[in-house]
Write a protein that binds this ligand. Sequence first.
Ligand SMILES: *[C@@H]1O[C@H](CO)[C@@H](O)[C@H](O)[C@H]1NC(C)=O
Ligand SMILES: *[C@@H]1O[C@H](CO)[C@@H](O)[C@H](O)[C@H]1NC(C)=O
Ligand SMILES: *[C@@H]1O[C@H](CO)[C@@H](O)[C@H](O)[C@H]1NC(C)=O
Ligand SMILES: *[C@@H]1O[C@H](CO)[C@@H](O)[C@H](O)[C@H]1NC(C)=O
Ligand SMILES: *[C@@H]1O[C@H](CO)[C@@H](O)[C@H](O)[C@H]1NC(C)=O
Ligand SMILES: *[C@@H]1O[C@H](CO)[C@@H](O)[C@H](O)[C@H]1NC(C)=O
Ligand SMILES: [Cu+2]
Length: 551
Amino acid sequence: MIERDSSYHFTVISCLLALLFHRYDALLPKTCISSDILSSKECCPLASGTAEQCGGPGRGRCEDLQVQVTDVTDGFDGDKERFQWPTTFFNRTCHCFGNFEGVDCSMCKFGWTGPNCDVKRQRVRRNILQMGKDDVEKFKRYLLMAKDTVSDYMIPTTLYQDMDDGRNPQFNEINVYDQFVWYHYYVARQNLVQTTQTNTNIEKSSVFADFAHEGPAFLTWHRAYLLTWERALREVSGDDDFTIPYWDWAGESDCNVCTDEYFGGSDATDNNTLTGSFENWRTLCADFENLSERGQLCSNNVNESSLPFLTRNPGGNERPQLQKLPSKEAVYYALSVRDYDNLPRDYDYLDNNWTQSDCSFRNLLEGFADSEHRTGLHVRNGEVTQLHNSVHLYLNGTMSLVPTSANDPMFLVHHVNIDRIFEKWLRRHGATRDEFPSKSTPTGHSRYSYMVPFFPVYTNNEFFQRSENFGYTYEGIDDQGLPLDSNERELELKAVNQMEKCKPITPPDDYSFDFTLLILIAVCGAILFLLVLIIVAFCCCCKSRSGYEKV
Ligand SMILES: *[C@@H]1O[C@H](CO)[C@@H](O)[C@H](O)[C@H]1NC(C)=O
Ligand SMILES: *[C@@H]1O[C@H](CO)[C@@H](O)[C@H](O)[C@H]1NC(C)=O
Ligand SMILES: *[C@@H]1O[C@H](CO)[C@@H](O)[C@H](O)[C@H]1NC(C)=O
Ligand SMILES: *[C@@H]1O[C@H](CO)[C@@H](O)[C@H](O)[C@H]1NC(C)=O
Ligand SMILES: *[C@@H]1O[C@H](CO)[C@@H](O)[C@H](O)[C@H]1NC(C)=O
Ligand SMILES: *[C@@H]1O[C@H](CO)[C@@H](O)[C@H](O)[C@H]1NC(C)=O
Ligand SMILES: [Cu+2]
């Protein structure tokens, strides 16, 4: 933990370091962790090489940061730092021009390179099973290097409300790999609310508040997350060509990358124990539930050797539907659905009703709606989880719990595959950015929400675009998102074309009665109105006729 006294010390050192390095963009940059800077809420560092704030004219300018979406925070007590992100910490940041990006505008936007960030750079993400042994080894080595490299970003060890308005910063250093683990924990963590003071201690209870899952931001958030993580792995390894590969699990009979050649097999005596390159890796935030009950944030402020090892037991869940990987047909079905996301997706904190959108590509791919039986309907009883979710649960261990899942490096290859399916959908349907919902979304999931906890800020809107805009594409798919392999292509086209169109259950059952009543009232009203009209017309007619007779 960095205490008040040492934080000044720290700033000097980190300023010097920042002049030499400028790296990863995750919460929160060391250069801006000091009581002075935090309490001023301005994070506009001097850019390396220029010694000017935000790189000076032509690169960026220090500006007030306006949140574009006002989140509802009623009932969230003092734990509001993820709402209106990132203004609890900083409300003045570098606004970078052109293709410049980063805390101090010294980096390039994804897909750009060169001293002026004006040179396009395209890379290809590959199928891990078609990569050579050397490239697989390289990938694993980079992951190990990330575990061994201290990040330029720090994580808070307490809630902001316990930092005396920034005057008492409580942050910790973290390695580059765990930074991303923590990141995923933080975005999906329980929100701590309802403080009750008893004689002996303060108790806090928590509610679910996930800014990256169970809503439209699921695919855009993970796209930005993977791009950031991929860039960090490039920095750590010095390999500028590196891309994260994908694991295409669809239709596989078992976890064919759960071997020592890839992510490790299971120990013969205990299916939960890993062998291979990651057998010594520990699970950060494994006790997230206990911490949450105590009103505490997970941090790496612990003795590492006291943390549990990674666990994984593919197919080990007793629920039959979680003993197998998703089918190819389920992926084809999700791809055939045209709408990105559909109402209702309101965030009902008490009822947990925010996953119920029907015939929504996002909900299908995330796995809260049914693709295996091709109904496209959200799973109302919560018993079945499919596609993305079922792969997590199939692995039955560290990967199966949202707040810990990124500890297992399989997270990366699984999520790159999810991103690949998202990319296929974007291309197939020629989706445009205005399809991303801006109203009635869960908190943090709106089109212009700043994604938690990215710093500098990103919106969902920016990431709802084809991958070439971020300098990457996927091996084996064409401009329409279809497989280049002719057999695969024929299978997919045939399957998708035969899919019956998804029929949402709208309006929801609860409202259908009211709706019918409304129609009934409207129809009755119209009939009554017509009747009155006829009577009036009839009377007028009679009158005028009698008038004529008079004439
Ligand atoms: C930023 O935060 C500071 C400190 O809380 C406050 O005085 C200032 O008004 C805020 N600025 C904006 C633009 O919200
Ligand atoms: C471990 O997995 C194997 C193969 O899936 C299975 O046959 C065996 O029963 C499992 N052992 C335990 C202890 O779960
Ligand atoms: C959570 O707390 C309970 C009770 O103190 C303990 O038995 C359990 O091991 C803890 N879980 C973790 C993951 O630390
Ligand atoms: C960390 O925990 C391990 C095992 O629990 C113990 O042997 C070791 O002494 C601890 N290290 C420190 C620095 O406390
Ligand atoms: C793994 O499967 C077992 C057996 O069904 C289940 O009790 C356990 O909760 C699963 N673990 C995880 C982390 O999903
Ligand atoms: C939300 O779900 C709960 C339980 O599944 C249900 O009782 C409630 O009616 C739902 N609310 C809405 C608005 O759909
Ligand atoms: Cu996730």
